[in-house]
Design a protein around this ligand. Structure first.
Ligand code: TA6
Length: 310
């Protein structure tokens, strides 16, 4: 079983504008709502491929109901801890038509009460089994301490499940202490955890080799539009994405992670894993929504992904 844990669920409000101009009333051309929160996107990818998974974490209020409905409409099985009297946050994502990419403004989310935290711990203790894959992605919500976060990760490790973490700052540093199976930092997050200020491929390769020796089985360093550097099984690979016309980059990293987990769950080799993950992430970039992609387009893109051992 694959379990995705979204500690800070989010309803993505996609705001389409012709252009974004400061000090002007920028009128939206369209407003759409989509799934947010990161680990949720991993579940969307898995369910789109018929791979059994459970989406859990903390959720609340009317926004939470909308997120859960959007997930269930994409055949995702939800088993969330609902917190009474709270409201799942909104991530505002502005997508100007006249430029690539987007502007994201996320709310901080609701504070988790002790009762909710204990419920999630109990849930994970009940459902996680040995050799499951458990994905923690996204920044934790208010009132979750480093200690709380560590307790949640440790439950997964104690069950001898594979822990996958996509987070940042102190959270990712904490995750490293429990030797996760996989991490997926971007360049800023990588420099934060390594205490470096590097940017060249050669420097990244040297630092990634140190991490592999520390027990992390897969390091997928995201270079954004430039692709990624993958360290695993004592080897390092550079992955080059296909050329695409980017519409909205929101969710690309999360869908990439979903692609990796899906391929690993299907026992694919490293080349297949990261060609598929890169291709599905590219497909997401061509879509307006934050959890949209096309599996047919992904297969077409796979032939255009280049993977080179360094
Ligand atoms: O990576 C995209 C995304 O998941 C958006 O859908 C938005 O919900 C945001 O990131 C949430 O990020 P955060 O790190 O605040 O959990």
């Amino acid at each position: 079983m694959i379990i995705t844990v979204t500690l800070n669920s989010a309803l993505d409000k996609i705001i389409l504008v012709d252009k974004l101009v400061k000090n002007r009333n920028n009128r939206s051309t369209e407003i759409r709502y989509d799934i947010g929160g990161k680990a949720t996107h991993v579940s969307v990818v898995l369910s789109s491929m018929g791979i059994e998974n459970i989406s859990t974490g903390f959720i609340a209020g009317e926004n939470g109901k909308r997120v859960q409905k959007l997930l269930e409409d994409k055949n995702v099985r939800c088993d969330y801890v609902w917190q009474e009297g709270s409201e799942t946050r909104v991530s505002n994502i502005i997508v100007p038509k006249d430029e690539e990419g987007s502007y994201m403004i996320t709310e901080k989310g609701f504070g988790i009460v002790k009762k909710s935290l204990e419920k999630l711990k109990g849930k994970l203790k009940d459902i996680v089994k040995e050799d499951d894959i458990v994905v923690f992605a996204g920044g934790p919500p208010p009132k979750i301490s480093i200690e709380n976060y560590k307790e949640l990760l440790q439950i997964v490790k104690d069950k001898k499940a594979k822990l996958v973490v996509d987070s940042n700052r102190v959270w990712l540093k904490e995750a490293l202490k429990v030797q996760p199976y996989m991490i997926k930092p971007n360049e800023r997050e990588f420099n934060e955890i390594m205490g470096t200020d590097i940017s060249t491929v050669d420097d990244y390769v040297n630092e990634i080799k140190k991490l592999i020796n520390s027990g992390v089985e897969i390091i997928a360093l995201s270079l954004g539009k430039q692709g990624s550097i993958i360290g695993t099984m004592g080897k390092v690979f550079r992955v080059y994405p296909p050329e695409i016309v980017e519409v909205n980059d929101t969710g690309c990293g999360d869908v990439f992670l979903g692609g990796v987990v899906a391929m690993i769950a299907q026992g694919k080799n490293i080349e297949e894993v990261f060609k598929f993950a890169t291709a599905i992430s590219a497909s997401k970039a061509t879509k307006e929504g934050s959890s949209d992609f096309c599996l047919k387009q992904t297969i077409e893109f796979m032939d255009k992904v280049m993977l080179k051992e360094l």
